[in-house]
Every structure is written in structure tokens, then in C-alpha cells.
Design a protein around this ligand. Structure first.
Ligand SMILES: *Cc1c(COP(=O)(O)O)cnc(C)c1O
Length: 371
């Protein structure tokens, strides 16, 4: 039996090889490797695909968050409300600009930030709320927007996993103050290296971000602000532009795979991430809760099935965070999820036969959560 990886990038490449080779070849012939036309063309195509006002390509999804916080002048003394049930970069970006992350618990069914939890964490120092559309599932944006507006806060959406996800009929990013994306190779839209993007409504913020990611340039050798180097490579721009036309189809395939998993697994008592009404996930990960998680993971891995955990250690329990937290945090839902969640293989290239093999192997060992 051949193994089934969590994400089958080799098969994706086999399906689009000529297109990708041509895109890369063009950049090699041009010998212009930083930003330039390929990155501008991709940013415009991504903006149009989302229906957003502005899109700026950058070096990765972590730097995308950092540059947004800098563009809004968020730094030392400021608090940003976010979640602990996420990838480390969400919180790391807040720390890297000198601001203080305030982590709140998530909803047990959707695994995402609740407006009430966000509001309860607001203090006079709060400047922004940063929810994460985790596993591609849009958060309660109406609720979070209301909290942000009421307290005069920025709502910054970490959409690193939510390419083309929809909330009440609108693509994530099209109605956002600011949303950040990652094109890490394993994401729904993946580069051949590191890359990211910022999508925003406001032209002044877009212009500031454009300059911050390129040394605060006003001309070739003139700088009117201190920025950094967070630019996107031309090769990544070309790769992403060539892949973008396939994204909606890959997401549709992900959706069908998730339906296949749910049809077979939910009647047997297993709980996967709940989708609130009016929300269309990008289905970045298929995450399901099991009682005997470590045993299930070991059995699947031994059978050549690339199951994983996203994420096994909540951010507030990471060693790096201990000196930074004034007192130990208790986030019971987050901690409970971290003990029970397992991610099963999911991507645009997985076959029905492979999904059925994963389901059979899973049902052989996994037990639904009982306590
Ligand atoms: C991937 C990811 C990031 C970071 O993106 P990089 O491109 O890897 O820097 C941030 N937040 C979340 C939720 C992610 O999944």
C-alpha cells in the first residue's frame, strides 16, 4: 500500500508541471528576482479573486501580520486580543512588534474566537482584535466587528488558512479592514518557498504597508520611514499567479473530501469542526476529535497515513511564552482541544479511494471523545 501524505504536493505538481515550469522559466529568463512584474501581477490577480480593495504581496504570513501592526503604529504598551489555539506565528508577530498578546479561549464547536470572549479581554490598552479563521473556517465576523467598532479597535483577520473562504456570501478579505494570508507551501494556495499577502480596505494603509515592506522607500536610495525587507520574490509571485486559477477547483475538491469524511465519521459519534450557518470554509484542514488521540495518530502513521495535530501545544503553554505571561493562563477549551484533535489527510489531490482507506484505518482504532 502506498502512503497517503497529509498534503500531496507531489501529485499537485505532477498535475500542473508544464504550467509551473513555464512560469519559473520566464522569471529565470528575465533575471529580475525581487518583486517586479510577477509580484505585481499576482497581487492584482489575488485582489481580484477576493474582491478586495488592495492586496500587497510580501515575504510570508508572519511578516504580513507584523507589517500590519507596524502600519497601524501598534507596539510597546499596546495589547492585541487573539487566541492561543492557533499556529505560533499569530502570537509571535504581536510580540515581534513589541506589543502584548492577550489570548482568549475559543468556542468548543467552531474552534474559533467568540465575540464575547474578545470583548471580555478588552482593556484601555487594547488596540486590536486578531481572530484566526482556523482550518479555513471564518470566525463570527459580524460579532467581532461589532466589538471592534464599539471599542474603536482594529479588526485584523489572520486568514493564513482561509484562501477564498466565505462569510455570509462575501469572500474573506473583501469586506475586511485588514486580512493577512500565508502562501507557505502546505497552505491551500502554496508558493515554492515562503510568501504571504496583506489585503486591506484603506488606500493610505495599503501605501504605508507597500513602503514598510521595502525599507520605507520613497525612491531608490531615499527613505522616509524605517521599514524592513519583507518583499516577495519574483519566483514566488510567478508560481502563485500560475497556481491561482486552480485554487477554486482545489477548494471544491477539499469540500467534497470533507463531506465524505463527515458522512462516514459523524454518525459514529466523532465531532469535527462545526460550520456556523452562512459560512463557507476553505477546508484547509480536516480536524476531528478522538478520545485516544496519541494511539490513533500512531496507528495511522504506522499505516503510512500522514495524520497530524494542529496544534498539539497551545501557545500559552509554549515554553517561549512562560517568561512573557504575567501569570499562568487557563484556557480550558483550548487545552481540551489540544488533547483530542487529529488532522486527517486533506488536499485537492487526494482520491476517494485514499479517503476511504483513511476512514477505514481511523475507525479501526479511534474512539469518540467521552470525557
Ligand atoms: C501559516 C500560518 C501563519 C504564518 O504564515 P507563514 O507564511 O508560515 O509565516 C500565521 N498564522 C496562521 C494561522 C498560519 O496557519
Amino acid at each position: 500500500m502506498t502512503s497517503i501524505p497529509l498534503v500531496n504536493l507531489r501529485r499537485q505538481y505532477a498535475e500542473i508541471r508544464p504550467v509551473m515550469r513555464e512560469a519559473v522559466e520566464k522569471v529565470l529568463e528575465n533575471q529580475m528576482f525581487i518583486q517586479g512584474l510577477p509580484v505585481a501581477a499576482f497581487a492584482e490577480a489575488f485582489r481580484a479573486a477576493l474582491g478586495a480593495n488592495h492586496a500587497i504581496g510580501c515575504s510570508n504570513g508572519t511578516s504580513a501580520i507584523e507589517v500590519v501592526l507596524r502600519a497601524y503604529g501598534i507596539g510597546p504598551g499596546d495589547e492585541v486580543v487573539t487566541v492561543s489555539h492557533t499556529f505560533f506565528a499569530t502570537v509571535e508577530a504581536i510580540l515581534n512588534v513589541g506589543a502584548t498578546p492577550v489570548m482568549v479561549d475559543v468556542d468548543a464547536a467552531t474552534h474559533t474566537m467568540l465575540p464575547a470572549a474578545a470583548e471580555a479581554a478588552v482593556t484601555p490598552r487594547t488596540r486590536a482584535i486578531m481572530p484566526v479563521h482556523l482550518y479555513g473556517m471564518p470566525c463570527d465576523l459580524d460579532g467581532l466587528r461589532a466589538v471592534a467598532q464599539k471599542h474603536g479597535l482594529l479588526l485584523l483577520e489572520d486568514a493564513a488558512q482561509a484562501h477564498l473562504a466565505r462569510y455570509k456570501g462575501r469572500t474573506i478579505g473583501s469586506d475586511s479592514d485588514v486580512a493577512t494570508f500565508s502562501f507557505y507551501p502546505g497552505k491551500n494556495l502554496g508558493a515554492y518557498g515562503d510568501a504571504g499577502a496583506i489585503v486591506c480596505k484603506d488606500a493610505v494603509i495599503a501605501d504605508r504597508i507597500t513602503r514598510l515592506i521595502d525599507h520605507g522607500r520613497s525612491g531608490k536610495y531615499t527613505h522616509d520611514m524605517v521599514g524592513s525587507n519583507q518583499r516577495m520574490d519574483a519566483l514566488q509571485g510567478a508560481v502563485l499567479a500560475a497556481k491561482l486559477p486552480f485554487l477554486a477547483g482545489w477548494n471544491a475538491r477539499r469540500k467534497a473530501v470533507v463531506a465524505r469524511y463527515n458522512t462516514k465519521l459523524e454518525p459514529t459519534g466523532f465531532a469535527s469542526q462545526a460550520a456556523p450557518a452562512g459560512v463557507e470554509s476553505a477546508h484547509h484542514l480536516y480536524v476531528i476529535q478522538v478520545q485516544n488521540r496519541d494511539e490513533t495518530l500512531a496507528a495511522l502513521n504506522a499505516a503510512g497515513i500522514g495524520a497530524g495535530i494542529h496544534y498539539p501545544v497551545p501557545i500559552h503553554q509554549q515554553e517561549a511564552m512562560f517568561p512573557l505571561l504575567p501569570k499562568p493562563l487557563a484556557l480550558p477549551v483550548t487545552e481540551r482541544l489540544a488533547r483530542h484533535i487529529i488532522s486527517l489527510p486533506l488536499c485537492g489531490a487526494i482520491t476517494d479511494d485514499e479517503v476511504d482507506r483513511v476512514i477505514a484505518a481511523f475507525l479501526k482504532v479511534a474512539r469518540p471523545v467521552t470525557h
